[in-house]
Design a protein around this ligand. Structure first.
Ligand code: SF4
Length: 375
């Protein structure tokens, strides 16, 4: 097993220690929101819905995007992951060659997407140049499509294999055409939890540093949290506080995307005693607590339909959610862990469920500018 050694020569902008030590009242407050059940949860949901209306009105957005998971070979060992090529993986090992990758990009452009999202495993055969080439290929095919690519974990890996610092990696990717990056690999921002669920992944402080480095170069990202495994409500509360502190520093998170743990085929569930994912009320509490706590600092709350399904996604629109994410076309990461909700949602399906919820469907770009309203 290759151990990832990071060489991100970044200055520390916000220390985890400082965030946690100065935010005990906020952590306590978020914890009190996350604990709500019964009538108190209904009241929280109502409050979240009112804040949603105050911030974004009745518009519910989605993005027409195309997801490419270009390799599932990975040096990592995350216990919640069934995507990585390994003995317990449902998906056979694959690595797209240049022609296959080009074909996917051309297919995406033909379908009229506004965004191409690329993420993959930390492939031991990949060079830094291979990563840059993926961006260059997309740019050669389309000078305008928004490129949303590479999690903080992949950025760290590029820094490791190139021996470039994180800032230079971001600069290089941006110069080749990167527009934004997914704020995944956050999982739960608590190193005790990370030691169990993803022992070789970047630490909480590294995640914070990488994200702020990208933001400071004018590169937006999403923010995420994977919950419903071994974390406690207090861990979730701290995670949300960390995200808000980063947002207060940079203002460059486009949205918050809660990601419930998909357990079926994972070691974390089958060998390490994790919960079998979240319950429906847990999901609703996360959506509504995040909406109330983030308020205008992160104005967009997105539901993950590949993990929760379109029916629950529609219901979440009443609990503070205002975005349904992307059409995707292809999705391997949730599917490989046992998610059952498919890989593609059509614009017609998004429009139908939004309109049925009494809201206004809107196609947006990656940074939440309206492209088309279906009012
Ligand atoms: S989550 Fe990502 S980094 Fe972790 S094992 Fe899976 S592919 Fe590798």
């Amino acid at each position: 097993m290759i151990k990832i050694k990071l060489t991100p020569k970044v200055d520390t902008f916000l220390t985890l220690e400082e965030i946690i030590s100065k935010s005990s009242a906020e952590i306590e407050y978020v914890y009190s929101l996350l604990k709500k059940r019964g009538k108190n949860l209904f009241n929280l949901i109502k409050e979240a819905d009112e804040i949603r209306f105050k911030l974004v009105g009745d518009k519910v957005s989605f993005v027409v995007n195309y997801n490419i998971n270009f390799t599932n070979y990975c040096v990592g060992s995350c216990k919640f992951c069934s995507f990585k090529n390994s003995n317990n993986s449902l998906i056979k090992g694959y690595r797209m060659d240049t022609d296959k990758f080009k074909e996917s990009v051309e297919d995406a452009i033909k379908k009229g997407v506004s965004e191409i999202c690329i993420q993959g495993g930390l492939d031991p055969t990949f060079t830094y140049e291979n990563y840059l080439e993926l961006i260059k290929i997309i740019r050669r095919i389309s000078p305008t499509v928004h490129i949303h690519a590479f999690s903080p974990s992949e950025i760290a890996y590029m820094s490791h294999i190139s021996e470039e610092n994180v800032e230079d990696v971001f600069r290089e990717l941006k110069s080749k055409g990167l527009n934004s990056f997914p704020g995944t690999a956050a999982e739960i921002l608590n190193d005790e939890v990370r030691k169990v669920i993803c022992p070789e992944k970047i630490t909480t402080q590294e995640w914070i540093d990488i994200v702020i480095t990208g933001h400071n170069l004018g590169i937006h990202s999403s923010s995420t949290m994977m919950y419903g495994h071994i974390e406690s409500l207090l861990d979730e509360a701290k995670h949300l506080v960390i995200l808000k502190k980063i947002q207060e520093e940079t203002g460059m998170f486009t949205e918050f995307v809660p990601l419930p743990f998909i357990h079926h085929y994972t070691l974390l569930y089958n060998k390490y005693g994790a919960q079998p994912g979240s319950t429906g009320l847990h999901d609703l509490t996360i959506f509504s607590s995040a909406r109330v706590y983030f308020d205008s600092s992160i104005p967009n709350i997105q539901v993950s339909w590949p993990k929760l399904g379109l029916k629950f996604a529609q219901f979440s629109l009443y609990a503070g959610v205002n975005d349904l994410g992307g059409t995707l076309f292809h999705e391997n990461i949730s599917k490989s862990a046992g998610a059952r909700y498919g890989e593609f949602t059509s614009v017609d399906d998004f429009v139908r469920i939004i309109a049925d919820a009494g809201r206004i469907p809107v196609q947006r770009n990656t940074i939440y500018k309206e492209i088309l309203s279906y009012e």
